[in-house]
Design a binder for this molecule. Structure first.
Ligand code: GUN
Ligand code: ZN
Length: 436
């Protein structure tokens, strides 16, 4: 039995904040204690109380004056795109064809997939991210490397072998049959092992023939508990081409509806340019629109109307993500800084409580996993991130005049990055500080 007591300032959300002064939406304990037992949070409260109730000789880690929050969650990224990040392209389709597809072809080599998978998890942990929903490449071995490394670290990860059978280089194509068989094999090999969750992952409608979409549909029917992840309405040229490929569909979203891929376990990357009809469909099916602001700005795809989608009569579920390597940072702090700016440009406000909620509990709710991750509640997994708002000289200087928790949270969003992350605990184990 392993037990450790963390001391520090604790912050955990109870629900989505309604306004910047909504102090009821979160729990904040200035001198908090968090007792971790066998990878789970056993108790949370005032340090003095937790200390009294814990065994005399319990190991203690004093993180004062830092902030202890639930591990950050990244709801959409591509593990084979670590060497695509920072590629210069005019738009999405040029970026995919020029850099992304050629790079993903390299994952046919097991050794390459294994090497990049190791770096991938190191980078997540360095940035305080403890759970992510990721795309592997089309090659089954990339999924094997991805889940093998997740298990070594005991991380709760969602991932899938990409299904794609057209409009890409030969080395990146499967077939309807092989995509079905190999996805089934990935499920058999990995789903439910450790903390792994396999997602059915048709890349997007452009790279799947109708026959492959039927294969994805068959998988979704056979495995209704699995996540489905794909891309939707990221770029105007992409939308036009997609609708030409599926002329019988009413719009882009209708393609996924026709193949039975829309439900409350469906994660739709981007979803920037939705019609009212499409937004209604997302709302009615419970599918999640995953906002990837650094990517949307970097590739020039558009401004995601988050606030508009949230305040509709039929609201759309929202999650947030880096979208590495279209995205330009592994940091969820950098991501939410850009999310803030996107809303500014749309004449909307995204307050710091909302951003912190989204990176933690909000993303866990989008995964329907709030009973396991996304909070510091007793009984949940001890995935925890420790943050220092004075982690750079410039931040320390600004902290001299910061007067409230919300100001501190906003500063970390505005200036924070991997330097801000002091420690990352996965199932109770400190994994950042041991990285080389
Ligand atoms: N649409 C289809 N594939 C991709 C991808 O890898 N990245 C992004 N940003 N959009 C996509
Ligand atoms: Zn993506």
């Amino acid at each position: 039995m392993s037990m450790v007591l963390l001391r520090g300032r604790l912050l955990s959300f109870r629900r989505a904040p309604l306004a910047i002064d909504d102090t009821q939406s979160y729990l904040y304990i200035e001198d908090g204690g968090l007792l971790i037992e066998n990878g789970r949070i056993a108790a949370i409260g005032e340090y003095a109380d937790i200390r009294k109730a814990a065994p005399e000789n319990v190991e203690e880690k004093d993180h004062r004056p830092h902030l202890i929050v639930p591990g950050l969650i990244d709801m959409h990224l591509h593990f084979p795109q670590m060497q695509v990040i920072g590629s210069y392209a005019a738009n999405l389709l040029e970026w995919l064809n020029t850099y992304t597809f050629p790079e993903e072809c390299r994952f046919v080599e097991t050794a390459h997939a294994q090497r990049i998978a190791t770096h991938f998890y190191d980078e997540l942990l360095r940035h305080g991210t403890t759970t992510a929903a990721a795309y592997c490449s089309v090659h089954k071995t990339s999924a094997d490397a991805f889940f093998t490394e997740a298990m070594k670290r005991n991380m709760l990860m969602v991932g899938g072998k990409v299904m794609m059978d057209r409009n890409a280089p030969q080395g990146l194509l499967d077939t309807p049959e092989t995509s079905y068989d190999e996805t089934r094999q990935v499920i058999a090999d990995w789903h439910g092992k450790g903390r792994n969750h396999v997602a059915i992952t048709p890349r997007f409608a452009i790279t799947s023939t109708p026959k492959q979409m039927e294969a994805a549909q068959a998988l979704a029917q056979e495995f209704p508990d699995l996540f489905i992840q794909t891309h939707l309405s990221e770029n105007l040229d992409e939308i036009k081409y997609t609708c030409e490929l599926y002329p019988e569909a009413t719009d882009y979203t209708d393609i996924y509806v026709r193949y039975g891929l829309m439900g409350n376990k469906t994660l739709l990357g981007h979803a920037i340019h939705l019609s009212e009809r499409e937004a209604d469909v997302l709302s009615e099916t419970g599918a999640v629109a995953v906002h990837c602001p650094t990517s949307n700005l970097f590739i020039g795809s558009g401004l995601f109307p988050m606030k508009k989608l949230q305040r509709r009569e039929k609201p759309v579920r929202i999650a947030v993500a880096t979208d590495i390597g279209g995205g330009s940072s592994y940091s969820m702090l950098r991501t939410m800084d850009e999310a803030y700016k996107v809303q500014q440009l749309l004449g909307e406000r995204l307050n710091p409580l909302e951003s912190w909620y989204l990176m933690t509990r909000g993303n866990a709710e989008a995964l329907s996993m709030v009973d396991r991750i996304g909070t510091l509640d007793a009984g949940t997994d001890a995935d925890i991130t420790v943050l220092n708002a004075s982690s750079t000289p410039a931040m320390a200087l600004k902290m001299e005049v910061v007067k409230s928790l919300t100001e501190e949270l906003f500063l970390m969003l505005t200036m924070g990055d991997d330097r801000t992350v002091v420690e990352t605990y996965v199932a109770g184990r400190a994994l950042k500080s041991v990285l080389t």
